[in-house]
Write a protein that binds this ligand. Sequence first.
Ligand code: IMP
Length: 178
Amino acid sequence: MEIITVKDKQFKPFISEAELRDAIGQVAQKINNDYQGKSPLFLGVLNGSFMFFSDLLKGIDLVCEVSFVKLASYEGTSSTGKVEELIGLNEDLTGRDIILVEDIVDTGNTLEKLYQMLLDKNPASIKIATLLFKPEAYHKTYPIDYVGKEIPNAFVLGFGLDYDGLARNLSSIYVLNE
Ligand code: IMP
Protein backbone atom coordinates (compact mmCIF):
# COMPACT_ATOMS: atom_id res chain seq x y z
CA MET A 1 0.00 0.00 0.00
CA GLU A 2 1.31 3.33 -1.03
CA ILE A 3 1.68 5.66 1.96
CA ILE A 4 2.41 9.30 1.19
CA THR A 5 3.90 11.93 3.45
CA VAL A 6 2.69 15.53 3.36
CA LYS A 7 4.59 17.76 5.76
CA ASP A 8 4.42 16.08 9.19
CA LYS A 9 1.63 13.60 8.40
CA GLN A 10 1.19 10.28 6.64
CA PHE A 11 -1.78 9.40 4.48
CA LYS A 12 -2.96 6.10 3.01
CA PRO A 13 -5.10 5.39 -0.08
CA PHE A 14 -8.82 5.70 0.65
CA ILE A 15 -10.96 6.28 -2.47
CA SER A 16 -9.57 5.17 -5.84
CA GLU A 17 -9.86 7.01 -9.13
CA ALA A 18 -12.30 4.36 -10.40
CA GLU A 19 -14.56 4.74 -7.36
CA LEU A 20 -14.50 8.51 -7.74
CA ARG A 21 -15.39 8.22 -11.41
CA ASP A 22 -18.40 5.99 -10.62
CA ALA A 23 -19.63 8.21 -7.79
CA ILE A 24 -19.29 11.38 -9.87
CA GLY A 25 -21.02 9.74 -12.86
CA GLN A 26 -23.98 8.84 -10.65
CA VAL A 27 -24.28 12.40 -9.33
CA ALA A 28 -24.19 13.74 -12.91
CA GLN A 29 -26.99 11.35 -13.97
CA LYS A 30 -29.20 12.40 -11.05
CA ILE A 31 -28.70 16.07 -11.88
CA ASN A 32 -29.40 15.44 -15.58
CA ASN A 33 -32.70 13.77 -14.62
CA ASP A 34 -33.74 16.35 -12.04
CA TYR A 35 -33.04 19.39 -14.23
CA GLN A 36 -34.50 18.24 -17.55
CA GLY A 37 -35.66 21.27 -19.53
CA LYS A 38 -33.89 23.64 -17.12
CA SER A 39 -30.71 25.60 -17.50
CA PRO A 40 -29.02 25.65 -14.08
CA LEU A 41 -26.01 27.69 -13.05
CA PHE A 42 -23.31 25.47 -11.53
CA LEU A 43 -21.31 27.40 -8.94
CA GLY A 44 -18.03 25.75 -7.96
CA VAL A 45 -16.66 26.68 -4.55
CA LEU A 46 -12.94 27.35 -4.86
CA ASN A 47 -10.36 26.11 -4.22
CA GLY A 48 -11.31 22.58 -3.26
CA SER A 49 -14.00 21.79 -5.82
CA PHE A 50 -11.98 22.24 -8.99
CA MET A 51 -11.36 18.55 -9.81
CA PHE A 52 -14.84 17.38 -8.84
CA PHE A 53 -16.36 20.31 -10.70
CA SER A 54 -14.53 19.51 -13.89
CA ASP A 55 -15.35 15.78 -13.85
CA LEU A 56 -18.96 16.40 -12.83
CA LEU A 57 -19.59 18.93 -15.57
CA LYS A 58 -18.21 16.56 -18.22
CA GLY A 59 -21.11 14.26 -17.31
CA ILE A 60 -23.80 16.95 -17.48
CA ASP A 61 -25.81 16.99 -20.70
CA LEU A 62 -27.94 20.05 -19.89
CA VAL A 63 -27.44 23.42 -21.53
CA CYS A 64 -26.02 25.11 -18.46
CA GLU A 65 -23.76 27.87 -17.18
CA VAL A 66 -20.72 27.52 -14.95
CA SER A 67 -19.06 29.95 -12.61
CA PHE A 68 -16.95 29.91 -9.44
CA VAL A 69 -17.14 31.57 -6.06
CA LYS A 70 -14.79 31.85 -3.15
CA LEU A 71 -15.44 32.66 0.47
CA ALA A 72 -12.84 35.20 1.52
CA SER A 73 -12.40 36.06 5.18
CA TYR A 74 -10.45 38.95 6.59
CA GLU A 75 -10.15 40.83 9.87
CA GLY A 76 -12.61 43.71 10.06
CA THR A 77 -12.68 46.38 12.74
CA SER A 78 -12.79 45.36 16.39
CA SER A 79 -16.57 45.74 16.33
CA THR A 80 -17.15 43.69 13.19
CA GLY A 81 -14.54 41.01 13.96
CA LYS A 82 -13.96 38.53 11.18
CA VAL A 83 -15.70 39.56 7.98
CA GLU A 84 -16.67 37.05 5.33
CA GLU A 85 -17.32 37.97 1.76
CA LEU A 86 -18.35 36.09 -1.35
CA ILE A 87 -15.98 36.90 -4.19
CA GLY A 88 -15.98 36.08 -7.88
CA LEU A 89 -19.70 36.20 -8.52
CA ASN A 90 -20.61 38.41 -11.50
CA GLU A 91 -23.83 36.71 -12.52
CA ASP A 92 -27.29 37.99 -11.65
CA LEU A 93 -28.81 35.11 -9.66
CA THR A 94 -32.38 36.42 -9.69
CA GLY A 95 -34.70 33.59 -10.69
CA ARG A 96 -31.84 31.20 -11.48
CA ASP A 97 -31.59 27.54 -10.49
CA ILE A 98 -28.28 27.29 -8.64
CA ILE A 99 -26.30 24.11 -8.01
CA LEU A 100 -23.57 24.82 -5.50
CA VAL A 101 -20.65 22.43 -6.01
CA GLU A 102 -18.49 21.67 -2.95
CA ASP A 103 -15.52 19.38 -2.40
CA ILE A 104 -16.62 18.28 1.06
CA VAL A 105 -19.28 19.11 3.62
CA ASP A 106 -17.91 18.58 7.11
CA THR A 107 -19.55 20.63 9.93
CA GLY A 108 -21.66 22.53 7.40
CA ASN A 109 -20.47 25.95 8.64
CA THR A 110 -19.06 26.96 5.26
CA LEU A 111 -22.14 25.71 3.47
CA GLU A 112 -24.42 27.71 5.76
CA LYS A 113 -22.57 30.95 5.06
CA LEU A 114 -22.54 30.36 1.31
CA TYR A 115 -26.18 29.35 1.28
CA GLN A 116 -27.30 32.48 3.13
CA MET A 117 -25.22 34.75 0.90
CA LEU A 118 -26.70 33.18 -2.22
CA LEU A 119 -30.23 33.27 -0.84
CA ASP A 120 -29.91 37.07 -0.50
CA LYS A 121 -29.54 37.23 -4.28
CA ASN A 122 -33.06 35.86 -4.90
CA PRO A 123 -32.39 32.71 -6.93
CA ALA A 124 -35.33 30.45 -7.89
CA SER A 125 -33.66 27.47 -6.18
CA ILE A 126 -30.41 26.37 -4.58
CA LYS A 127 -29.25 22.76 -4.42
CA ILE A 128 -26.02 21.40 -3.03
CA ALA A 129 -23.74 18.88 -4.73
CA THR A 130 -20.72 17.67 -2.79
CA LEU A 131 -18.14 15.05 -3.63
CA LEU A 132 -17.72 13.99 0.01
CA PHE A 133 -19.98 14.27 3.03
CA LYS A 134 -19.18 13.56 6.69
CA PRO A 135 -22.62 12.86 8.22
CA GLU A 136 -21.18 12.40 11.72
CA ALA A 137 -19.67 15.90 11.68
CA TYR A 138 -22.58 17.69 9.99
CA HIS A 139 -24.65 19.76 12.42
CA LYS A 140 -26.81 21.87 10.11
CA THR A 141 -30.21 21.15 8.61
CA TYR A 142 -29.73 22.13 4.96
CA PRO A 143 -30.45 19.11 2.81
CA ILE A 144 -27.36 17.90 0.94
CA ASP A 145 -29.06 17.07 -2.34
CA TYR A 146 -26.28 15.26 -4.23
CA VAL A 147 -23.51 13.35 -2.45
CA GLY A 148 -20.70 11.51 -4.22
CA LYS A 149 -19.65 9.54 -1.14
CA GLU A 150 -20.38 9.58 2.56
CA ILE A 151 -17.23 9.16 4.62
CA PRO A 152 -16.46 8.78 8.33
CA ASN A 153 -15.23 11.71 10.37
CA ALA A 154 -11.57 11.50 9.31
CA PHE A 155 -9.20 13.92 7.60
CA VAL A 156 -8.84 13.26 3.88
CA LEU A 157 -6.83 14.85 1.09
CA GLY A 158 -6.31 14.75 -2.66
CA PHE A 159 -8.63 15.31 -5.63
CA GLY A 160 -8.90 18.99 -4.75
CA LEU A 161 -8.70 18.64 -0.97
CA ASP A 162 -5.60 19.95 0.77
CA TYR A 163 -3.56 19.69 3.91
CA ASP A 164 -2.15 23.13 4.62
CA GLY A 165 -2.45 24.07 0.95
CA LEU A 166 -0.70 20.94 -0.27
CA ALA A 167 -1.65 17.81 -2.23
CA ARG A 168 -4.77 19.10 -4.01
CA ASN A 169 -3.31 17.65 -7.21
CA LEU A 170 -3.55 13.97 -6.18
CA SER A 171 -5.89 12.12 -8.54
CA SER A 172 -7.43 9.98 -5.79
CA ILE A 173 -8.37 10.49 -2.13
CA TYR A 174 -6.12 9.61 0.80
CA VAL A 175 -6.92 9.47 4.50
CA LEU A 176 -4.80 10.34 7.51
CA ASN A 177 -2.93 7.25 8.68
CA GLU A 178 -3.30 7.13 12.44
P1 IMP B 1 -17.10 22.74 7.04
O1 IMP B 1 -17.34 24.24 7.08
O2 IMP B 1 -16.72 22.22 8.40
O3 IMP B 1 -18.25 21.97 6.44
O4 IMP B 1 -15.81 22.48 6.19
C1 IMP B 1 -15.74 22.88 4.90
C2 IMP B 1 -14.33 23.06 4.40
O5 IMP B 1 -13.32 22.56 5.29
C3 IMP B 1 -14.18 22.27 3.11
O6 IMP B 1 -14.62 23.03 1.99
C4 IMP B 1 -12.71 21.96 3.11
O7 IMP B 1 -12.01 23.04 2.53
C5 IMP B 1 -12.34 21.85 4.57
N1 IMP B 1 -12.32 20.44 5.02
C6 IMP B 1 -13.23 19.81 5.80
N2 IMP B 1 -12.90 18.53 6.01
C7 IMP B 1 -11.73 18.32 5.32
C8 IMP B 1 -10.88 17.17 5.15
O8 IMP B 1 -11.10 16.05 5.65
N3 IMP B 1 -9.78 17.36 4.36
C9 IMP B 1 -9.48 18.56 3.79
N4 IMP B 1 -10.25 19.65 3.94
C10 IMP B 1 -11.37 19.54 4.70
